[in-house]
Design a protein around this ligand. Sequence first.
Ligand SMILES: *[C@@H]1O[C@H](CO)[C@@H](O)[C@H](O)[C@H]1NC(C)=O
Ligand SMILES: *[C@@H]1O[C@H](CO)[C@@H](O)[C@H](O)[C@H]1NC(C)=O
Ligand SMILES: *[C@@H]1O[C@H](CO)[C@@H](O)[C@H](O)[C@H]1NC(C)=O
Ligand SMILES: *[C@@H]1O[C@H](CO)[C@@H](O)[C@H](O)[C@H]1NC(C)=O
Ligand SMILES: *[C@@H]1O[C@H](CO)[C@@H](O)[C@H](O)[C@H]1NC(C)=O
Ligand SMILES: *[C@@H]1O[C@H](CO)[C@@H](O)[C@H](O)[C@H]1NC(C)=O
Ligand SMILES: *[C@@H]1O[C@H](CO)[C@@H](O)[C@H](O)[C@H]1NC(C)=O
Ligand SMILES: *[C@@H]1O[C@H](CO)[C@@H](O)[C@H](O)[C@H]1NC(C)=O
Ligand SMILES: *[C@@H]1O[C@H](CO)[C@@H](O)[C@H](O)[C@H]1NC(C)=O
Length: 443
Amino acid sequence: MELVNSITHLKLTHFFIIFIFLSLNLSSEVEAEATEVLYKGFKATPNPQISNIQRILSDPSGNYSLCFVRVENDQLSLAIVHVQSFESIWVANLTRLAKWADPTELFFNGSLVLMDSKSGVFWSTYTNGDRVWLSNNSNLQVQKVENGDTSPFVLWQSFNFPSNTLVENQNFTSAMSLVSSNGLYSMRLGLDFFGLYVNDEPGQNRGRMYWRHKALEAKADVIEGKGPIYAVLRSNGYFGMYQNESVPVDVESFNSFQQPVSGVRRIRVEPDGNLKGYFWDGINWILDYQLIKETCELPSPCGAYGLCRPGKGCSCLDNNTEYSSDGCIHPPENQNSRDFCGAHDMYKRLSRNGVELPNKELMDYKKMNTFQECQSACEANCTCWGVVYTNTSGFCYLLNYYPMQSLVGVSDESKMGFFKIREAIGEDKMEVRRSNQAREIRH
Ligand SMILES: *[C@@H]1O[C@H](CO)[C@@H](O)[C@H](O)[C@H]1NC(C)=O
Ligand SMILES: *[C@@H]1O[C@H](CO)[C@@H](O)[C@H](O)[C@H]1NC(C)=O
Ligand SMILES: *[C@@H]1O[C@H](CO)[C@@H](O)[C@H](O)[C@H]1NC(C)=O
Ligand SMILES: *[C@@H]1O[C@H](CO)[C@@H](O)[C@H](O)[C@H]1NC(C)=O
Ligand SMILES: *[C@@H]1O[C@H](CO)[C@@H](O)[C@H](O)[C@H]1NC(C)=O
Ligand SMILES: *[C@@H]1O[C@H](CO)[C@@H](O)[C@H](O)[C@H]1NC(C)=O
Ligand SMILES: *[C@@H]1O[C@H](CO)[C@@H](O)[C@H](O)[C@H]1NC(C)=O
Ligand SMILES: *[C@@H]1O[C@H](CO)[C@@H](O)[C@H](O)[C@H]1NC(C)=O
Ligand SMILES: *[C@@H]1O[C@H](CO)[C@@H](O)[C@H](O)[C@H]1NC(C)=O
């Protein structure tokens, strides 16, 4: 009897604890979902108890939230998150990350502003609106509401400032770019194509293009003077480029094209430089499209001075170097200089047969009679990092201003490369000795 009693008691206590736990959980959920509109006077500060994501504003479906996202333990970024997967769909372009602590705050005073009283403003919409709202397809808007107006005027929307992702029916115009989360790669529209670029390479004012997808113009032509093209990811599974009407000038179909899928779709520039499309099946994001199909065609699948062989993975251009996860150059590039034009710049030379540039059709070349001539042109120019020569065509591809990225390994041994490898500056004496050597090499 005693035993039975105590077991019942135990069960009841358990039940009670679970009940309290559930209702606590529920109340916080309800609270989180209740915030669907922010009005003037709204203010939020990061909660020190929360370790990953703090929801601030939810869309009517509860699928998306504007959140504080914890970065590297004690820093904060502002993002729109797909709640079920914790995937960031949009990230505010802060001047720099804020602290996950006092005095960081997000408030709405007509502008949605993230700031702290010491460092100033990290980010602002610079508007004079009445309310902030998140649409059920993840578009954050600052709206002006006229008296009794049912269709509010949009002063600012996150759809105009995409990060690395586009969602269904979001307009991507030639004024925008998608930038990979690591900042290395971007996608932009040209006159009749979309291109993928390596960011921040001087001497190339828009970055170096490594992939170009020209509009097929099967259903409509791109007409000069008819205005710039724009691109939209459509709900029935294709990424279309348009000029100023509803008939696309190009259609990139996803695997699930014209098949009804359960959830939303998105397309994203990935940290490896690919462009991938996904749909949400309720549990996972399913990969549905991939622009660059061959790994070796990516801008740098094996890192600087790496060699990518289709189906065989990575090795190093220098076959005395073992390929490892930190790449082929040890120590890695430790100087900011983009060239070998400084007095103390020196390099080792490396030659290798059976190599080719990925996407060489996008690269500039000069015609030369021999590999030696091609190599000499590079040795004579301190902005040159290397050359790749094709014996049959006589094309000499000169690579300027940036270290060699991965090349593609081919069986044709008449395709040859010559590369400069920066030598690390050692102790002072060493430096003098070596720079003398370098001068010898150059003269
Ligand atoms: C973020 O802002 C900086 C400077 O304000 C700008 O140069 C950069 O292009 C922006 N990045 C994106 C992805 O819009
Ligand atoms: C909102 O606050 C910011 C930061 O203090 C300020 O610069 C801005 O003028 C304010 N905007 C309005 C509309 O009051
Ligand atoms: C999303 O919102 C729009 C209007 O803003 C509405 O027409 C549509 O039905 C909503 N979608 C879902 C799935 O609730
Ligand atoms: C996208 O652009 C088209 C054409 O410019 C326009 O008709 C449409 O309203 C835009 N859609 C959104 C969501 O801004
Ligand atoms: C759309 O194209 C027509 C010509 O076909 C042009 O007259 C019109 O100005 C264009 N509209 C926009 C918004 O570019
Ligand atoms: C929210 O997500 C669920 C589950 O994926 C989906 O069925 C629903 O259509 C989504 N709602 C909106 C408005 O996208
Ligand atoms: C390294 O490559 C060179 C030519 O590219 C070749 O002659 C040599 O045998 C290779 N060494 C090894 C260890 O594979
Ligand atoms: C070196 O190459 C760059 C890029 O092709 C070119 O602009 C420059 O004129 C060259 N310098 C010399 C000395 O040939
Ligand atoms: C390159 O081409 C020349 C003549 O076109 C030929 O003599 C030479 O053998 C070729 N070299 C290689 C490595 O194929």
